[in-house]
Structure formats: structure tokens, C-alpha cells
Design a protein around this ligand. Structure first.
Ligand code: SF4
Ligand code: SF4
Length: 179
């Protein structure tokens, strides 16, 4: 399914459902794996009983690079709550753009904070960040200032997740498909 132009324009500035921010992976239907481009092979989730590939999606490069080609079925039908609200005129275009912009700023701030503390760019999918920080916190016992910094990121992640739930995630049916 192709979305209306205005929705595509919102998505092009967003990508949060493809880059590992909202979802950890994308569920596939039976045998769908065989029809996806070869670059997906490295992203298949071998630890899951269900067929799925992990995010960030290998076809995501600022936007979906295979939009008009063969994608997973769920990719063609997924619309987050923000798009649904926009299509029902519950949000203006300006409001939708603003929500996306603020979500990306917030996410970038969290990643920057984490890189600053780690003193390097950590190549972690966003969905793994909170799990990894919790692991680090178990190892850091005596360094209170460092613990405080990681705890502050966790607090920010909680607020960010609430923002995602409010604006992007409320469409349960699709959450089930993508998890
Ligand atoms: S999260 Fe919503 S607005 Fe963002 S790219 Fe996905 S469908 Fe589009
Ligand atoms: S194939 Fe395209 S729409 Fe589907 S997850 Fe990847 S980048 Fe997103």
C-alpha cells in the first residue's frame, strides 16, 4: 500500500519505525524472507521462533530505500498512530511535523549523552540502549558520578518512551505485527 503524499512527506522526515527507535524488529509472514533483498540476510533474527528481521532495517538510509520495491507486507501497511491521527484531522501537518522533529531531537540528545559518557560513538540499536545501560549499572558499583549519569539517561529514556507511546505507538494491532 502506498500512503498519500502528505503522509509520505511526514515519514521521510521521521524514520523512527525503521531505524530501531520504536521497534526492535519487523515480523515476516511465512516464506516472505525469500523475497526480500539480499542485504536483509544479515539482519534476520536467529534467536526468535518467529520469522523476523532486526532493526535498524538494512534498507533504511534516512528513508526507506526500497519503498517501491518488494518489502515486508507489514511495511506496506504500517501506519503509526501519528499518521492515523493526521489522516483523521486530529493533527495538522504542522503539528505532526513538530512532533516528529521534537522526537528526533530528544532521541539525538539521549544518544549524544550516552556517547559523551562512553567517550566514543556506541554502535548500538536504539532499542538496545536501555538494556545495555542497565547492564553497565550492574557493573559500576563504586563510581557514583558515573552511575548518576547513566541513571539520568535511563530517566530520559523513560520520558522518551512515554512520548513514543503517546504519539506513535498507540496502534496496538501494528505493534503486535512488528514486535
Ligand atoms: S513512525 Fe510514523 S511518521 Fe515516522 S516513519 Fe514511521 S509511520 Fe512514518
Ligand atoms: S523495508 Fe523500508 S519500510 Fe520496511 S522497515 Fe525497512 S526501511 Fe522501513
Amino acid at each position: 500500500m502506498e500512503s498519500p503524499i502528505a503522509e509520505q512527506e511526514i515519514c521521510v522526515k521521521c524514520g523512527l519505525c525503521c531505524d530501531g527507535t520504536i521497534f526492535s524488529g519487523v515480523a515476516l509472514e511465512k516464506s516472505e524472507k525469500d523475497n526480500l533483498p539480499p542485504e536483509f540476510a544479515k539482519a534476520y533474527d536467529h534467536n526468535s521462533e518467529k520469522e523476523r528481521f532486526l532493526q535498524p532495517c538494512p534498507a533504511f538510509d534516512q528513508k526507506c530505500t526500497i519503498y517501491h520495491k518488494k518489502r515486508a507486507k507489514v511495511c506496506g501497511s504500517f501506519r503509526c498512530q501519528l499518521l492515523i491521527d493526521f489522516s483523521k484531522n486530529k493533527l495538522t501537518r504542522q503539528e505532526a511535523d513538530e512532533i516528529v522533529k521534537n522526537a528526533i531531537i530528544f532521541k539525538t540528545r539521549i544518544l549524544d549523552l550516552n556517547n559523551e559518557i562512553a567517550e566514543k560513538t556506541e554502535d548500538l540499536p536504539f532499542w538496545k540502549l536501555s538494556e545495555e545501560i542497565k547492564k553497565k549499572l550492574k557493573q559500576i558499583v563504586n563510581d557514583k558520578p558515573l552511575r548518576d549519569k547513566y541513571e539520568s539517561i535511563l530517566a530520559n529514556l523513560t520520558i522518551f518512551n512515554a512520548l513514543l507511546i503517546k504519539h506513535f505507538k498507540s496502534s496496538r494491532k501494528f505493534q503486535d505485527l512488528m514486535r
